[in-house]
Write a new protein. Structure first.
Length: 365
């Protein structure tokens, strides 16, 4: 009898299915994955995955820095702190790295965070970050996954130069290496070699899990960052909303029933209710009507949770902050999951301002 597949195995095989096997093999694989992973959660089990995509090229080597013997490599690359033109963050003194207390202190590796990251340090170390959400002392709420990128496998500069000169054609190299737009796509697909049919890894998860856990009429892939690759599936669709709730026709929200925009919207919906002999027109009308119905239903539920929570949830998020406002909408959408018939959800949030070509160090700080 075969051993049940683990969650780690599920993710590995999910990516294997993305790079191309036969249709029948994919079908059998997906059925096995769905049954195995579903068995690990009960019928009242609810889970949500929130992806915050930092658009740009953040200098991660200056955010999480090794403070053991490997610090010398970082220091050599940046120039010693205090030296002429040196950019390395110091180990001690003013502007020094913030130490992380490891869960397993006997390990030889130690790390420090950029001095501007006091709250991240508190979250990682399990000390209270001074949040209004409560005292989190002793609760580690942040971890780092290092040495992750869009390479197919580790390669050296010499190997790449040989490949570029046509002397190492068999070397597995990502599609369009060094292209930022392609790297953005590869982070969201988890397939750096490229795909014949584009799909994101959250979209492929939705293809497998949605029909088992959720009401099929409502999408589990919810985006607050517009249409994205991350949630593109083969059989599932992403549902785009805003921090205020559903997308809607202009004039739907607020105003009186006699508002000219609302009269226009009413006339438009009347045209969508008609039946058309032209197949293209009929298909467009049906899809638009279904989308409009879904948005209206979502907005009704979203408004209900706004009334239910009142200012309680607002106090947890700083005002006039795009990321905080967007994450507050994520919290509200998770709150109405049962009304939408969803036990599994993925959220895509895009947060810009991380392209640091112009001014690296000061922008990061």
């Amino acid at each position: 009898m075969s051993n049940p597949i683990s969650r780690r195995g599920f993710l590995k095989q999910l990516n294997c299915a993305a790079v191309g096997t036969s249709a029948i093999l994919n079908t059998l694989l997906n059925l096995r994955l769905a049954n195995s992973v579903a068995a690990q959660g009960g019928p009242l089990d609810n889970k949500a995955l929130v992806c915050i995509f930092l658009s740009g090229g953040m200098d991660s080597f200056n955010l999480l820095v090794p403070t053991d013997g490997r610090y010398a490599t970082y220091e050599n690359a940046r120039g010693a702190a205090g030296s002429d033109g040196g950019l390395a963050l110091p180990l001690v003194g003013e502007g020094s790295l913030r130490p992380l207390s490891l869960l397993y202190p006997t390990l030889p590796e130690t790390y420090g965070l950029h001095p501007a990251c006091a709250n991240l340090q508190a979250m990682a170390n399990g000390t209270n970050a001074g949040t209004t959400a409560g005292n989190f002392t002793g609760k580690r709420r942040l971890s780092f996954v290092s040495n992750v990128g869009t390479l197919v496998q580790p390669i050296t500069k010499a190997q790449f130069n040989a490949w570029e000169n046509g002397n190492n054609a068999a070397l597995p190299v990502p599609k369009a290496l060094f292209s930022h737009s392609d790297q953005i796509e590869q982070w969201q697909t988890a397939v750096p070699q490229g795909q014949a049919q584009l799909s994101g890894w959250a979209g492929r998860c939705a293809d497998i899990l949605h029909s088992y856990y959720n009401t099929p009429a409502n999408s589990m892939s919810i985006s607050l960052g517009g249409n994205n690759v991350f949630q593109v599936g083969n059989s599932t669709q992403q549902f785009v909303i805003t921090p205020s709730g559903a997308l809607s026709f202009e004039g739907d929200i607020g105003g009186s029933g006699g508002n000219p925009l609302q009269l226009k919207n009413s006339a438009l919906r009347n045209t969508l209710d008609q039946t058309y002999t032209n197949l293209l027109t009929e298909s467009f009308s049906q899809l638009t009507r279904q989308s409009d119905d879904a948005q209206l239903l979502f907005q009704t539920q979203f408004d209900s949770v706004n009334a239910q929570l009142g200012g309680a949830v607002d106090a947890l998020f700083p005002p006039a902050n795009y990321l905080a406002t967007t994450l507050k909408a994520v919290v509200k959408t998770i709150k109405i999951r049962s009304l939408l018939g969803l036990q599994r959800q993925t959220f895509f949030v895009q947060y810009g301002g991380w392209d640091h070509h112009g001014e690296l160090l000061n922008t990061q700080a």
